[in-house]
Design a protein. Structure first.
Length: 139
């Protein structure tokens, strides 16, 4: 298990302990729906409330008032631009196929082509500078 997964598991366990304490405080009025994230009384959290709170927190921290879903797109775009493998991005986003990910974020691909070309060109230049470089075997 990687560090991110361990951290997530630790946070989820702590959240569960907090939820158990809330359940005890509310007592018989607690409505257990078996949810990981719920209101203090156990009832479902409605998406509009989460989106509103996200937008309010963004503004409170000096960020533009973006939608919560925009944060997902921002993460995916930045991940692809920084060289994260598209398959990893696809899995993190939960897309059914890599095709969906690549079609959705195709606007990022042109700069990736330029970066790939420069990376390979640098390798070729470096290979020409040394007799034992990667191209020496092909000669």
């Amino acid at each position: 298990m990687d560090a991110c997964s361990r951290h997530s598991l630790t946070r989820l366990r702590a959240h569960r302990e907090d939820q158990d304490a809330e359940r005890e405080l509310v007592g018989v009025g607690y409505s257990d729906h078996g949810l990981v994230f719920a209101n203090v009384d156990g009832t479902p959290i409605y998406p509009e409330g989460v989106s509103r709170t996200f937008k309010e927190q963004a503004v409170a921290h000096g960020l533009p008032p973006i939608r919560l879903h925009d944060a997902r797109h921002t993460w995916a775009t930045l991940a692809l631009q920084s060289g994260v493998y598209p398959k990893v991005v696809q899995e993190r986003l939960g897309h059914a196929s890599i095709t969906i990910t690549l079609q959705t974020y195709s606007h990022v691909i042109p700069s990736m082509h330029e970066d790939a070309a420069e990376t390979v060109a640098s390798m070729i230049r470096a290979a020409g500078d040394t007799k034992g470089g990667p191209l020496a075997a092909a000669r």
